[in-house]
Design a protein around this ligand. Sequence first.
Ligand code: NI
Length: 266
Amino acid sequence: MNQKFYHRNRVTAGFIISFALLFFMSWVYVYKNEILFGKKKAEVVEPEPEREPENEPEPERPTVDVTKPMIAITFDDGPGKYTMQLLECLEANGARASFFMVGTNIPKYPETVKKMKEIGCDIGNHTMHHARLTKLDAAGIQYEVGAVNQEIQNLLGEGAALVRPPYGSVDAVVQQATGLPLVMWSVDTRDWELKNTELVKNYVLDTVKDGEIILLHDIHETTVQAMLQVIPELVNRGYQLVTVSEMAVARGVTLENGQKYYSFYK
Ligand code: NI
């Protein structure tokens, strides 16, 4: 009996020690895993702040493919009440244009002018009062151009880098006094005279080719209506609708102050 009792105690002790050991080992296992998970968590968390800068909103400016055909659409005499509609169409089609604005119109449409810059359009100067610059002296020319650029600078932080002389009137005095590149055109749609959506639309679509600078006027509803159809159609035909300054860069031309630019053919 005594021996049996002793034996049973030994068995019980053995069980207790076994359970204690099992419990200890399990605890160590859990403890180790917690450390392991802790480390894993830290490793997962670390790359997240690195990913954040990639997700920061970058100004999405479509890049110009120099191997593909391109056209610079330009609008004079605005901004006007139809200009915003035109900008929305350009934006929706991944397109840009150049706007040569008359100074007296700018304070009427500040949001439109801001939108031009926002979507990457060229901000151009078309003088304060649509002046025939060849009739003015150097001081008069500088006032007509300078006053507009002051308005644009107040609105956008920087003035226009390009001038389109009204009526295309340029002489040596104008070239000297404006002090900026002078943007002319290679396609004159005469949209201000036609004032007909179908005629303007067909003229542009039938005439344009790679490297062209097209002259239009965004103050006419007929012109804007035409361009709402022309813009997606030109994109559809494989043209990149770019600004004058973008096309100059794409064609390897450095725009110089006082020089006239009519087109950027290859
Ligand atoms: Ni004009």
